[in-house]
Design a protein around this ligand. Structure first.
Ligand SMILES: CC(C)(COP(=O)(O)OP(=O)(O)OC[C@H]1O[C@@H](n2cnc3c(N)ncnc32)[C@H](O)[C@@H]1OP(=O)(O)O)[C@@H](O)C(=O)NCCC(=O)NCCS
Length: 184
């Protein structure tokens, strides 16, 4: 796999590697019930946040299963606003993208802008063929991000997950390199 060039700059954002200094801000948004509502991992305790920030800070992207997990900041404002991730899935040229924003980062188009950059990374730099998103079927805000990215709804897996005492259904969206390139 080629080296991942960091930081990644978009029109309004800086996507950079996490550092230990992000722990307080990361824990602040990942410990919220409203952030965790559709995330199987649930709200993070500080010990979990420490482990995750440590892992994100030292990510490697060398084999199937590895993640690129980047901190999202607005240009000129070094405040952690969230995270965007690209995972290397099994199978030739397969990836998965994901996004989580702190409440202060929402409603500005930042998740879509950051995810666009991850699709560009996956398709142009890493040569991926297909990138998917997996989300709770009730997560309308996340489905809207997929639609803004030009991803197609491919399936909803009914009640395929049990977490926090409830069954949930998973929506799958995806986009191919050719579809992405034809719109860029
Ligand atoms: C999912 C999540 C990242 C979506 O965040 P979001 O802010 O709604 O999505 P975007 O950043 O793409 O912003 C889009 C919104 O910004 C608005 N916006 C404002 N200024 C904008 C601009 N300059 N450019 C683009 N959009 C802009 C859009 O109109 C849209 O608002 P709307 O939802 O009222 O139509 C957020 O809800 C979240 O973090 N949820 C908790 C974690 C989670 O569930 N993650 C997904 C797991 S699958």
């Amino acid at each position: 796999m080629p080296e991942i060039p960091l930081p990644i700059l978009t029109e309004r954002l800086v996507l950079r590697r996490f550092t230990a200094d992000d722990l307080t801000a990361y824990h602040a948004y990942r410990s919220l019930e409203e952030t965790a509502r559709f995330l199987p991992s649930g709200p993070h305790k500080i010990t979990t946040a420490m482990q995750v920030v440590g892992k994100y800070s030292n990510f490697v992207f060398e084999q199937v299963g590895d993640w690129v997990s980047l901190a999202v900041e607005a240009k000129g404002s070094p405040v952690l606003l969230g995270e965007v991730v690209l995972k290397w899935l099994p199978g030739r040229g397969q990836g998965e993208v994901g996004w989580i924003l702190a409440p202060a980062g929402r409603g500005k188009g930042y998740a879509t802008e950051a995810a666009e950059a991850m699709l560009k990374l996956g398709f142009e730099t890493l040569g991926m063929h297909r990138i998917e998103a997996r989300l709770d079927a009730l997560n309308g805000a996340s489905a809207a991000v997929c639609q803004r990215l030009g991803m197609q709804h491919e399936a909803t897996l009914r009640e395929n997950s049990f977490a926090n005492g409830v069954w949930s259904s998973e929506a799958r969206y995806a986009i191919f390199a050719s579809e992405w390139k034809s719109s860029h």
